[in-house]
Design a protein around this ligand. Structure first.
Ligand code: J2J
Length: 546
């Protein structure tokens, strides 16, 4: 049985195939067609060749097959930046089991929400994550039949099977299972979201493979590419733009970094002669500072890709001077569309825009509130459809009706301007989301959790400006009673107690008597954002006078 998703209409699918965009090959080809002797992944002191990656993922697939997993099943995976992430991914792909790859920063709240949606047959996680130190959390994750899923952990564990054990044990069983069909769901990406429950993005082999392949062409990836995976490996950017999968497609090498911290990364770049790195803007800021002291370590670096959140022009201009390499800006989204500045673009285009779509069949419109196309150079919402942009979230008909229109365009909620050459510049957002330096927070999700607090009457989460992160989050709270005695620290503790990922816990709380409302009676977030901006400004004025 295959996993249900909203397919592209037949006429579109036909066009994508005729153009050679969809090749009807499984993602497994990414590693199987690479030169097997090349090193695919370096992780700590370990180097895995493509042959190792293929054989380990095959061994693991046999184990999954023995457990009874098969095409159409799903898996919940949460791993840090380690080589096992890819071993597990391709092992599942071999059987047609579709994973959701949760971020390592995700916690009980997020994993539970994903598990509810996909009802996984197996959980694959790391003993490094506090949630998996014992079986307490796992035992809450029963699937619909009330059976617990299987569990497999990376690292030693007293309560679960370990991946290392499986890989080191021999088997005579043959792998008979096959990947799902190329037009079927290969795995789920995570949506940054703007709703109460995190939405899942079904990605097919055909659409994702195309996105990866085309990205490698645009970014000139070759077998000589050494790519530093410093962002969370499960995120769409380091996975596919061109990311690790792009590297695999061309037989290059991925160097895993546990974090984007410049000290760790610079050492890896120097040691392995890394050629490409991908960062979000706050990490880039730290790299620019660190490079002032240690530019020599970066001598092999040729390309710095930056995306996930708006990069300021002033930071962009520093990249070639301070890091000694070329900058590429990327405006991407896990739903599909990815825009790149091209390597041969003029410098002004590279520092002032976030690129243009990667292929000619990406249809991008920029519309006003009435749904009409705006004039060139005017600001509007980016809407799009194309060969690798989904037509619907997983099992979310109500939300889909809101963000996909009748022609199949995805309404991104990004406010952009397009220049005469088709390059996009992001100028704002018209979705209820905070972009905390590339990490997305759906306001409604946090507001709903706050509303469950017995002393809270209303809550509204908005972004506030931050020099390092671009944006941070501020929760406006209307208490039920005067003299409530609530403190920020208590509410932080409360949210952490609910198992909310740390990055989603509001950076600031403001207690107010009532929320300003829009004419239709919704919290007026424009007013709230302005309010917090002014409060921050007067605080910093105050700091200056002290
Ligand atoms: C401003 N906002 C940006 C940019 C994304 C490559 C790169 C990034 C992502 C990603 C990705 C931005 N400037 N350069 O999936 O493959 C904001 C927009 C967008 C949302 C998508 C990839 N680059 N954004 O960030 O799904 O608001 O994907 O709609 O996490 O991030 O977030 P996400």
């Amino acid at each position: 049985m295959s996993i249900t998703y909203t397919p592209w209409p037949g006429s579109f699918a036909k066009k994508y195939r005729e153009r050679g965009y969809w090749t009807d090959r499984p993602l497994l080809d990414l590693i199987e067609n690479a030169p097997q002797e090349n090193i695919a992944v370096i992780c700590g002191e370990r180097s895995l060749s493509y042959q190792n990656l293929c054989s380990q993922s095959k061994r693991l697939a046999v184990y999954f097959q023995d457990l009874g997993l098969c095409t159409g099943d799903t898996a919940l995976v949460q791993l840090p930046n380690v080589a096992e992430f890819y071993v597990v991914f391709f092992a599942l792909i071999r059987l047609g089991v579709a994973p959701v790859n949760a971020l390592f920063s995700h916690n009980k709240n997020e994993l539970t929400a994903y598990a509810k949606q996909i009802e996984p047959k197996i959980i694959i996680a790391s003993n490094e994550h506090a949630l998996f130190h014992d079986s307490a959390f796992f035992s809450t994750l029963s699937v619909s039949s009330k059976e617990l899923p299987h569990v497999l952990l990376v690292g030693k564990s007293e309560w679960a099977e370990s991946l290392e054990n499986v890989l080191s044990s021999s088997t005579s069983t043959l792998l008979t299972a096959l990947p799902s069909k190329a037009h079927d769901v290969a795995f789920f990406q995570l949506s940054g979201g703007s709703t109460g429950t995190p939405k899942l993005i079904p990605r097919t082999h055909n659409d994702y493979f195309f996105s990866v392949r085309r990205s490698t062409e645009i970014c000139h990836f070759t077998a000589a590419t050494k790519y530093l995976c410093a962002l969370p490996c499960a995120h769409n950017f380091p996975m596919s733009s061109p990311g690790a999968f792009g590297v695999f497609h061309v037989g290059g090498c991925v160097v895993m970094s546990p974090s984007p911290d410049p000290n760790t990364c610079f050492e890896l770049i120097e040691r392995y002669r890394v050629t490409v790195a991908a960062l979000v803007p706050p990490a880039l800021t730290l790299w620019l500072q660190a490079a002032q002291l240690n530019k020599a370590a970066l001598s092999s670096l040729q390309l710095m890709q930056v995306g996930g959140a708006k990069l300021s022009e002033s930071l962009a201009r520093q990249v070639p001077i301070v890091l000694g390499c070329q900058l590429q800006q990327i405006l991407g989204m896990a739903e599909g569309l990815v825009n790149y500045t091209r390597l041969d673009d003029d410098f002004e285009t590279i520092v002032t825009t976030q690129g243009r779509p990667m292929c000619s069949l990406d249809e991008v419109k920029i519309i006003n509130n009435a749904g009409e196309d705006v004039a060139a150079g005017e600001i509007g919402e980016l809407i799009t459809r194309g060969p690798y942009t989904i037509r619907g979230y997983y099992k979310a008909p109500d939300h889909n009706a809101k963000v996909f229109d009748s022609e199949g365009f995805y309404h991104s909620g990004d406010l952009v301007r397009r220049n005469d050459n088709g390059y996009l510049t992001v100028v704002g957002r018209d979705k209820d989301q905070i972009n905390r330096g590339g990490e997305k927070i759906a306001a409604e999700e946090i507001e709903n959790l706050l509303l469950k607090h017995e002393q809270i009457m209303h809550s509204a989460l908005v972004s506030m400006p931050d020099s390092m992160m671009g944006e941070k989050s501020c929760a406006f709270i209307v208490p039920k009673a005067a003299g409530h005695g609530m403190k920020s620290i208590m509410l932080r503790k409360y949210l952490r107690g609910l198992g909310v990922a740390d990055y989603k816990v509001p950076d600031r709380f403001e207690f107010i008597d009532s929320l300003p409302l829009t004419p239709v009676g919704k919290p007026n977030k424009v007013v709230l954002r302005e309010e917090i901006r002014q409060r921050l400004q007067s605080n910093s004025e105050l700091d200056k006078t002290l």
